[in-house]
Design a protein around this ligand. Structure first.
Ligand code: PLP
Length: 805
């Protein structure tokens, strides 16, 4: 009886599911055809993959708009406290696949598409990435938006709608060449232009003092150049919820139309000059990761963005008709790094000059509204602007004799010219803790969204996990992955785990073949380092170790060589266009790849022992192919330089092991997954200062293996060595600031341990399963809940009672 009931239940569930799915599928196909014929104005017989993508995207967009509207309505009616996430970067990647999965429509729409004669994969592949960010910081913002939506928080993102996202990277003769990323070339179905929401932002002019009849003093900003900020809204659907939140991106537009008088006088260029200047503000994303370049246009971007966003936030608050003293009860604003710290002074200006509050009352509101996240400790990344501002009266009152502390805390860096330190506007570090007390400072471990980084990027693993755990709940409560540990010794499960990894490696091998022409063996160990190219991330050390291993391999006897684990070393990442040393690292990687990949002598019975690949144009959608395919990934920054890292979390979540230094989130990952499942090496952060000192002032011998590798490069083995001398000089004349020599020996030894461990297949599989099982902590849902509860004080507001789809 039990069995019969269960069968009936399953059949019934299937029927109900198919019915829903059938309805979705049919509604999809109707909508698809309508968009082909009306939105795209095409005949139904003339639809290529790109048009199929557009029609599908517009169909999904229709569904999103409905949810988006309902969500805004519910949040407004609930007069809920909202959180605003201000980020100059949102590295969203593609939206279609993610929206289909989050809305639970992937299967029904997939069937609908296939029935119409298209392959889902081809259709999804048509979408260009929204690449409005450089790396970790921008991608973190995107993961956080996914979690905010999924957890039903009333949240908005605010950013800029750059006409050009991060540049596209191509390779020419092994060198990086940059091409503009004009991502809006075709229509962008994932934004809703809000041409009715236009905010004037003023640059320049003067603030004049007026006294009215009753003696009230007012300050009024007059003159200057007005520029308009036009809103474009990007809906962000949560997973398995009706909630769909918004990222509002501002685009700059001239306030005045072109100068007709000049135009008529034949001065065409002068006639449009002002328009061009206004449009330039949001034209391009600055392509520097963890590096500050003090350009005036960048500062203009920042003010334009915070002024428009705050005006919008204040306008929305005023609709509640509450007093400004309640502002911090209704509004929390999170500043993603120092880029939006001008928002602090802008809100104070609005409250005092425009809303007529007195200074101290306004400052109280301001300090209770904002929170700031610091993302880096690299000095070259700290924003400072050469404008004299602000005073230190309060500090002087508290510590009247401490001149030293005064200088450290100053918003102004005393130099010629003077600089404004942006982090000090938002507050950082030790001396600030001493002054303000510790309660103003908290650590929040970053996180990643398991929806994109496992469910979407690794569908086979997601399916296997769901099957083993018996439900999809883990996608909303990542700690449930822990239950996978029960199956870690189950041979059948291990076999399937390995098969999934293998098929992801085949997928990556196909991608590498298509992009670079290089053939790689999916049975080899896939060793991956993909991230922005930066000296502190030490891709240089990685490629130097590749040379070392190659030279060792060449010297081995045939018998010994046959035991060597074949390895594919994969690199990817962009260098900032003006960062010459980083660009030389790319060149060196490609030069080494040329030599190694063409050396027949290291092929053993047709088994290639070593391959080196540089995958061009690393971005979010490329990361989605690379990350699930890794056996080992490298996160090898000099200790004390990487604030967190998030790709490390993505690799481990997908069952890849880490070879890493004791730095950033590697440390917390290590704590969670245990000693046996991570390969750590190198000097600790507390040694770095002493080692640097020794390099600078004493004659430190370079590590002998490293010396041999350097000699090999200098001998011309990898092309004209003069090309690489600025890079080599960073180790010798530059005194090895990133301590490659100090960590090299420990790095090589740990690489050997990786090989040894990889040879023990079953043990490796256990490690891989345990990695995934123990990554629950690193969900961005956990991070967002911590922010919501201990910093923002916002509550979820679910959107219920609304019919969806
Ligand atoms: N770039 C892209 C496209 C990413 O997806 C990520 C994070 O996963 C990063 C950069 C940041 O990488 P990392 O944490 O290794 O610096």
């Amino acid at each position: 009886q039990m069995v019969r009931t269960k069968c009936f239940y399953n059949n019934y569930a299937l029927l109900v599911y198919n019915k829903i799915s059938q309805a979705d599928k049919e509604s999809f196909q109707r909508s698809f055809v309508r968009h082909v014929t009306t939105t795209l104005a095409r005949s139904a017989f003339n639809v290529d993959n790109f048009s199929a993508y557009q029609a599908t995207a517009h169909t999904v967009r229709d569904r999103l708009i409905k949810r988006w509207n309902d969500t805004q309505q519910v949040h407004t009616e609930a007069t809920a406290k909202r959180v605003y996430y201000l980020s100059l970067e949102f590295l969203l990647g593609r939206s279609l696949d993610n929206a289909l999965l989050n809305l639970g429509l992937k299967e029904s729409y997939g069937e609908g598409i296939e029935d119409l004669g298209f392959r889902m994969e081809d259709v999804l592949g048509q979408e260009v990435d929204a690449a409005l960010g450089n790396g970790g910081l921008g991608r973190l913002a995107a993961c956080y938006m996914d979690s905010l939506a999924t957890l039903d928080y009333p949240a908005w993102g605010y950013g800029l709608r750059y006409t050009y996202g991060i540049f596209q990277q191509r390779l020419k003769d092994g060198y990086q060449v940059e091409f503009p990323d004009y991502w809006l070339n075709f229509d962008n179905p994932w934004e809703l232009p809000r041409l009715d929401i236009v905010i004037d932002v003023c640059f320049g002019g003067t603030v004049n003092k007026y006294t009215d009849e009753v003696g009230q003093v007012r300050y009024v900003w007059e003159g200057g150049e007005p520029v308009q900020a036009v809103a474009y809204d990007v809906p962000i659907p949560g997973y398995d919820t009706n909630n769909c939140i918004n990222i509002r991106l501002w685009s700059s537009k001239p306030k005045r139309q072109f100068d007709l008088k000049r135009f008529n006088e034949g001065q065409y260029e002068q006639a449009v000059e002002e328009q061009m200047k206004a449009e330039n503000i949001t034209a391009v994303l600055y392509p520097n990761d963890n590096h500050m370049v003090g350009k005036e246009l960048r500062l203009k971007q920042q003010y334009f963005w915070v002024a428009a966003s705050l005006s919008d936030i204040v306008r929305r608050f005023k609709k509640t008709q509450r007093s400004f003293t309640e502002f911090p009860d209704m509004v929390a604003i999170q500043l993603n790094d120092t880029h939006p710290t001008l928002a602090i002074v802008e809100l104070q200006r609005i409250l005092v000059d425009e809303e007529g509050l007195d200074w101290d009352e306004a400052w109280d509101i301001v300090t209770n509204t904002f929170a700031f996240t610091n993302h880096t400790i690299l000095p070259e990344a700290m924003e400072k602007w050469p404008v004299p501002m602000f005073f230190l009266q309060k500090v002087e009152q508290t510590y009247p004799d401490d001149r030293d502390l005064l200088a450290k805390l100053s918003i102004i860096e005393e130099a010629t010219p003077q600089f404004v330190r942006m982090a000090h506007l938002a507050v950082i570090f030790k001396d600030f803790v001493r002054y303000f007390g510790p309660e103003k400072f908290e650590n929040k471990t970053n996180g990643i969204t398991p929806r994109r980084w496992l469910h979407q990027a690794n569908p086979k693993l997601s399916k296997l996990i769901t099957e083993k755990l018996g439900s999809k709940e883990w996608l909303k409560d990542l700690r449930l992955l822990k239950n996978l540990e029960k199956f870690v010794e189950d041979k059948e499960f291990q076999k399937r785990w390995v098969a999934v990894k293998h098929s992801n490696k085949v997928r990556l091998a196909d991608y590498i073949k298509a992009q670079t022409g290089i053939l790689v063996n999916p049975n080899a160990l896939f060793d991956i380092q993909v991230k922005r190219i930066h000296e502190y991330k030490r891709q240089f050390m990685n490629i130097l170790s590749v040379i070392h291993r190659y030279n060792t391999l060449k010297k081995l006897s045939a018998e010994k060589s046959s035991k060597v684990v074949p390895r594919v070393v994969i690199f990817g990442g962009k260098a900032a266009p003006g960062y010459h040393i980083a660009k030389l690292v790319i060149k060196l990687i490609n030069s080494v790849a040329d030599v190694v990949n063409n050396d027949e002598s290291i092929h053993d019975n047709l088994k290639v022992k070593s391959r080196v690949v540089f995958i061009p144009d690393y971005n979010v959608s490329v990361a989605e192919i690379i990350i699930p395919a890794s056996d080992i990934s490298q996160h090898i920054s000099t200790a004390g330089t990487e604030a967190s890292g998030t790709s490390n979390m993505k690799f481990v979540l997908n069952g890849g092991l880490i070879l890493g230094t004791v730095d950033g989130a590697n440390i917390e990952i290590h704590e969670e997954i245990g000693d046996d499942n991570i390969f750590m090496f190198g000097n600790l952060a507390n040694r770095v200062e002493d080692l640097r000192h020794a390099h600078r002032y004493r004659n430190v011998q370079m590590d002998p293996s490293l010396q041999a590798v350097i000699r090999d490069i200098e001998s011309g083995h990898y092309g004209d060595p003069r090309i690489f001398s600025p890079l080599i000089n960073t180790l010798t004349i530059g005194k090895d600031y990133y301590l490659i020599s100090d960590d090299f020996d420990s790095y090589l030894k740990t690489q050997d341990l990786v090989d040894e461990a990889y040879n023990k297949k079953e043990e490796w599989t256990v490690k891989s399963i345990l990695c995934t099982a123990r990554m629950g902590k690193f969900s961005s849902d956990r991070a967002i809940k911590e922010y919501a509860e201990s910093i923002w004080n916002v509550e979820p507001v679910p959107v219920t009672g609304v019919k969806i789809n």
